[in-house]
Each structure stands twice: as structure tokens, then as C-alpha cells.
Design a protein around this ligand. Structure first.
Ligand code: SF4
Length: 388
């Protein structure tokens, strides 16, 4: 039933766009957006939709950046992942035996389902071989394939690597080409990497739960290994990133996705997001689903330019960012905020309204003072002249 409804929303003969880790991670970047939840849940291709709306997304990596990223990853994983495992040992598990002997199982198989099954088998074998007394060796799974159930359909996910520690625990590895300068990287980029890694952690937890039912209880670590180039060199360095918060937010969002049927039910009859439709019809369909635009959308969602333009047109305070939005309480439009500040609207007992009026009074006072200081000194009038 739900699948049928989603197919209607995508349009005739429009295939569902499979969700990848980036799309799932973006759910955690703007958890309150019903528009995104519905479009992702229904498998709508948001990049194609943004194009059809006349606001193409600005995502995509340059060919040069892509090649540089691939070359860096190959370097990190050279020699059977010796450097990567050394970093995992140093940053995450210094008490374990050093990774002098490591297994790198072959994970090739036909199709995504075949690769998912092969990955699960390799994880099981590595965990069984390790035991939980820390006496086992290290195993590196290079580009394993994981599956996560999203709104009734599997999303196939491919982390850069998963490491099985000697105690049988599992760590997600993210290899990025942005630099780590003096041990720290750009917080926004680290945040995006953490959200993506949290999706892989959730998918690994599903594998772990299945193995636990079969008597092989592994532990999925919630600190992932982020590997980046050191300073401006090509040498890898790494840091452990705690993804518990991102994991919790993404898990909550994914559970909400199963309720996208409620959002779909609230839409007008015949709503469709097919990119083949005339732009007016498509715009009306998109506007029929409530959105909560925030500047964070610009780095996470294909529809960001469309939603930003609409938010600005409507004077929505969400376009100013979440912190400002949170301070303004029930005031949702810039016009409403200005009216409240001028004393023309709003409940004076509302703390946001009271704060705005205080701020407006302080601003007016400051402007008056500034004006008084910049006024030329009054010229001496007749009375002054007489006194002299
Ligand atoms: S860009 Fe639009 S659809 Fe995407 S998350 Fe932001 S508000 Fe929602």
C-alpha cells in the first residue's frame, strides 16, 4: 500500500532513488523537515526535482578532488591496510596487541544483496576468530556493503572500511581528503563525516543484532576513526570521533520516516513530484509539503536553493538560522518580528516580544546618542555674542 502511494508521488514510470549514506546522514542535519522526509521516503530524486524547479543543486565533487580523494584512500589502505590499522590501534585500542598480522577478506560478490551477505559472513568469521578475550588478530574489511531498512526498503551503504578489533568489536572508518591541521579539522566537515559514519554504525548494529541472535555477540563501537591528510601533506593522520549523538538523531529520524504515510495522506489528491510536470504544477506540489529551511540545508539537501528562495520570499525567520529561530519563540516571519519590536504587534508578556522591544529601545537610544555626537556644534547666536 505504502509502496503504491510512493510510486504515485514519484510519477508514472519514475524509478525510486535509492537512499545512500549521504542522504540518510542529511536527515540528521535538518531533523524537522517534513518535505525532505517525504521526498526521501518516497524515493523522489531531489536533484532532478531541483533541476525541474529551476533551482539546481550545487552538489558534486570536481574531477580533481575526486581523483585526489581516491589516491589518498589508496595510500591509506596500501600494504593490506597496515597504516590504517596502525592508526586504529593507536587512536582507538592502544591496549590491544599491535596489528602485525591482519586479515583482509575478499568481499566481492554479485549484486548488492550478494555483497551484503558476503560482508555479514566476513564479519561473523572475524568476530568468531577474535573471541572476546582480546586474543584474536585484526581484520580489515575494505569497502564492505551494508543494508539498512528505510521506510520498508533496503538502503545499500558502503563505508570506506570496517575494522574488527582483537576483542571482536567493530569500528567504522571514514577516509576524507580534507586536511587535519595540528590535529583538528574543519568542524563542519567533521560534523558531516560524523553524521555519515553514524548511518554506517546503525547499519552495522543491524548485522550485530542478527549475529547476537545466532550466539555471536559483537560490539559496535560508537567512536569511529576519521582518517585525513596530515596538515598540507599526503600523509595520513586520524582522530577518534564520538558519533553517539548523531547516531541517536539519525535513528530517531529513520523511525519517523516510517510515518511518512501520514505526511503523504495530508497532501491534496493527485500530488505528484515527477520532473516531467510543468514547473507551476511541480512548485505547487512541493509547496504543499511543509518545510523548515535552515542555512544548514545548503550543505545537505538538493532542494536548498529552492527552499531558501521560498523562505526569503515569505520572510521566514528560519532563513536566519536555527539559533535565531529558537530565540524568536512563536514569531515566524521577519515582518512579525519587526512589528513586535516596534510595539505594533505581539504580546508584551511574551519573553521574545519583550526582548525585541528592549533591543529596539536600546538601538534607538544608541542612534540618538551617536547622532548627537556627530551634530556640528551650534553656532554662537546673538545672545552668546552679547555675553562676550
Ligand atoms: S532544503 Fe528544503 S527540503 Fe531540503 S531539508 Fe531544507 S527545507 Fe527541507
Amino acid at each position: 500500500m505504502l509502496r503504491h502511494r510512493f510510486a504515485e508521488l514519484r510519477g508514472p514510470d519514475v524509478p525510486a532513488k535509492a537512499l545512500d549514506a549521504r542522504a540518510l546522514a542529511a536527515l540528521a542535519a535538518n531533523p524537522g523537515c517534513r518535505r525532505r522526509a517525504l521526498l526521501d521516503g518516497a524515493g523522489v530524486d531531489k536533484a532532478a526535482l531541483a533541476n525541474a524547479l529551476g533551482s539546481p543543486s550545487a552538489f558534486g565533487q570536481s574531477q580533481f578532488a575526486f581523483m585526489r580523494g581516491n589516491a589518498f584512500e589508496a595510500r591509506v589502505k596500501a600494504d593490506g591496510g597496515a597504516e590504517l590499522l596502525r592508526l586504529a590501534h593507536e587512536r582507538l585500542d592502544p591496549g590491544a596487541e599491535p596489528p602485525t598480522r591482519a586479515q583482509v577478506p575478499d568481499l566481492s560478490a554479485a549484486g548488492p544483496q550478494g555483497r551484503v551477505a558476503r560482508t555479514a559472513l566476513a564479519l561473523r568469521e572475524a568476530t568468531e576468530a577474535s573471541g572476546t578475550d582480546g586474543a584474536g588478530g585484526w581484520t580489515l574489511l575494505d569497502h564492505p556493503m551494508l543494508a539498512l531498512e528505510v521506510a520498508g526498503s533496503p538502503a545499500f551503504l558502503e563505508p570506506d572500511a570496517v575494522v574488527v578489533h582483537p576483542d571482536g568489536s567493530w569500528t567504522v572508518v571514514e577516509i576524507k581528503s580534507f586536511p587535519m591541521l595540528d590535529g583538528a579539522a574543519d568542524p563542519a566537515k567533521v560534523g558531516a563525516a560524523a553524521r555519515q559514519a553514524a548511518v554506517y554504525v546503525l547499519a552495522l548494529e543491524e548485522v550485530a543484532a542478527r549475529l547476537a541472535r545466532e550466539g555471536v555477540p559483537p560490539r559496535v563501537r560508537h567512536r569511529v576513526l576519521l582518517v585525513c591528510p596530515k596538515d598540507f601533506s599526503n600523509l595520513p593522520t586520524a582522530s577518534a570521533v564520538d558519533v553517539r549523538r548523531q547516531r541517536a538523531v539519525t535513528a530517531r529520524q529513520l523511525s519517523r520516516l516510517t510515518r511518512v504515510e501520514e505526511i503523504a495522506d495530508a497532501l491534496p489528491e493527485g500530488t505528484c513530484f515527477s520532473p516531467e510536470l510543468p514547473v507551476e504544477e511541480l512548485t505547487a506540489a512541493v509547496e504543499a509539503v511543509p518545510a523548515t529551511y535552515a542555512p544548514e540545508c545548503l550543505s545537505a539537501c538538493d532542494l536548498a536553493f529552492h527552499c531558501r528562495a521560498r523562505a526569503r520570499e515569505g520572510g521566514a525567520v528560519t532563513a536566519l538560522g536555527r539559533p535565531v529561530r529558537a530565540e524568536l519563540g512563536g514569531l515566524s516571519s521577519v515582518e512579525g518580528v519587526l512589528a513586535a519590536a516596534r510595539g505594533e504587534a505581539g504580546d508584551p508578556d511574551d519573553p521574545a516580544v519583550a526582548a525585541l522591544r528592549r533591543a529596539a529601545a536600546l538601538r534607538a537610544e544608541a542612534l540618538d546618542t551617536a547622532r548627537a555626537r556627530t551634530l556640528p556644534a551650534p553656532s554662537a547666536g546673538p545672545e552668546v555674542a552679547l555675553c562676550h
